[in-house]
Design a protein around this ligand. Structure first.
Ligand SMILES: *Cc1c(COP(=O)(O)O)cnc(C)c1O
Length: 450
């Protein structure tokens, strides 16, 4: 399923009407002659974000959805976030600057990142950042020292909420490059390390009051265990680790007010359900696991209250918000048959434009959505196993291996689906190729052309 995208019959594909996205016909997009191009339905983005909000609001009265902009940082998407009043998860100072320039309120930004420079977190703090996730104990000390300084204390203390990014040391099923919460992962802080650090820090202060004043901005726990997760059975273990850490903090008079469960929900090759069922399932599972487990921590519940009115719970979805909102359209240049098994379709898009197949071995569903030839022969409907390749000078440059497609002709248009996340945002200028274009649509209108 791809909400807001409708794929048409073969007959309609011959007339350039092979697809409609957010009520904009393909012919209108092809008339702009922009291939290779990403086309995004902004309604699809809004709909998915609102499903997250709806689901999380069922469990916690104080909640926030921070959209992880690294999945797709196009300005029209960020403007949609502003309009719909969501937050943004950023992982670099470049993302901070773009988010601010797009009109996101700094309080609604959450800054995570495993290798922040001092100049970077300072710039964000000075700009009024709302949430800062810390991934190293040295970084935590530096940030708390900075906030503790008299002149900074008054100006920042009430503004920024610092969270510990916990590495829960759990193994999840996903591509090795997408795991972020395992023992062999560079992300986050191990609970044991935090315990040792806290005990040692306490001893450096002359009184407990001074220590508590220093540590005061630390009020949250953050976990993000990986991306493109296809099953969530690990979450009960993750919430247990979060609660253990919150309990340890409580025992040290640090009261956790903010828990962020990160992003990670995966999107399959067939898209997402029309009604956001996948989001509800994921959010309910995580929240129910948390609520169930937290019953075992009466001291924490006494701080949060039975209805969790003293706790804010957040999520940071990226991929699952934007993946199915977008198609990647590329035009056929040539075909070539080296042997019966090795047939190539050369298109104008390449690994630099659409990097996930070559980078992660990702499979994106492909369809021939516009036949350039108006009179098709019977044999044109026979299907073959195509290697769809681009013009980059490297054998790793492919968009699909063994894609089952009919006979292909010069000028045909192939659409790749689930192209909204980690595709355009990972595009490069390798071979000094131009970056691919982007078109945004909403309610039957083209709203932006980039
Ligand atoms: C990338 C990232 C996300 C989003 O992950 P998705 O798999 O796209 O949902 C959320 N939080 C942090 C800290 C991230 O780095």
């Amino acid at each position: 399923m791809r909400p807001f995208i409708s794929l048409k019959s073969i007959e309609e594909r011959i007339n350039g009407e092979g697809l409609e996205i957010d009520a904009v016909p393909l012919a209108q997009i092809l008339a702009l002659d922009k291939t290779p191009v990403y086309v995004t339905s902004l309604n699809a983005v809004s709909q998915r974000l609102n499903k997250y909000k709806e689901a999380l609001s069922c469990h916690f009265m104080h909640n926030e959805i921070f959209y992880a902009m690294k999945a797709n940082f196009a300005t029209p998407i960020l403007k949609t976030i502003v309009k719909e009043d969501f937050g943004i998860d950023i992982v670099s100072i470049g993302e901070w600057r773009k988010a601010i320039a797009s009109g996101i309120h700094p309080k609604k930004i959450c800054f995570a990142g495993v290798g922040k420079k001092e100049t970077e977190w300072k710039e964000a703090l000075l700009g009024g950042l709302g949430n800062l996730s810390v991934e190293h104990l040295t970084e935590l000390s530096d940030i708390l020292d900075f906030l503790y300084k008299e002149k900074n204390l008054n100006s920042f203390e009430k503004k920024v909420l610092v969270s510990l990014r916990l590495n829960p040391a759990v193994e999840v099923e996903t591509h090795p490059h997408l795991k972020t919460g395992a023992l062999n992962s560079k992300f986050g802080i191990l609970y044991e390390h935090f315990q040792t650090w806290l005990k040692a820090k306490k001893l450096q202060f002359t009184s407990e009051d001074l220590f508590l004043k220093w540590i005061n901005p630390l009020k949250g726990i953050h976990v993000h265990i990986g991306s493109q997760l296809t099953e969530n059975s690990i979450f009960p273990l993750v919430v247990k680790k979060v609660l253990d850490c919150a309990h340890f903090m409580y025992e040290n008079k640090i009261f956790v007010q903010h828990i962020d469960f990160g992003g990670g929900l995966g999107v399959g090759q067939n898209g997402v359900p029309e009604n956001g069922e996948d989001i509800f399932k994921h959010v309910h599972f995580v929240c129910n696991a948390f609520k169930e487990e937290s019953k075992k921590y009466p001291k924490l519940l006494s701080v949060w209250n039975e209805d969790y009115s003293n706790l804010s719970v957040c999520m940071e979805p990226g991929r699952s918000v934007v993946a199915s909102s977008t198609i990647f359209l590329t035009k056929v240049l040539y075909e070539k048959r080296n042997s019966v098994e090795n047939i190539f379709c050369y298109v104008d898009g390449a690994m630099n434009d659409f990097p996930r197949p070559s980078l992660y071995g990702a499979i994106h569903h492909a369809e021939l959505v516009n036949y350039n030839i108006k009179k098709l022969q019977q044999e044109d409907f026979n299907h073959f196993s195509w290697n769809v390749v681009g013009p980059v000078c490297e054998s790793g440059d492919f968009l699909a291996k063994n894609a089952i497609l009919p006979q292909i002709h010069k000028g045909d248009i192939i659409a790749f689906f689930e192209a909204g996340a980690y595709c355009r945002s990972m595009a490069s200028q390798y071979n000094l190729r131009e970056l691919p274009s982007e078109i945004f649509v909403r309610d039957g209108l083209i709203t932006d052309i980039i």
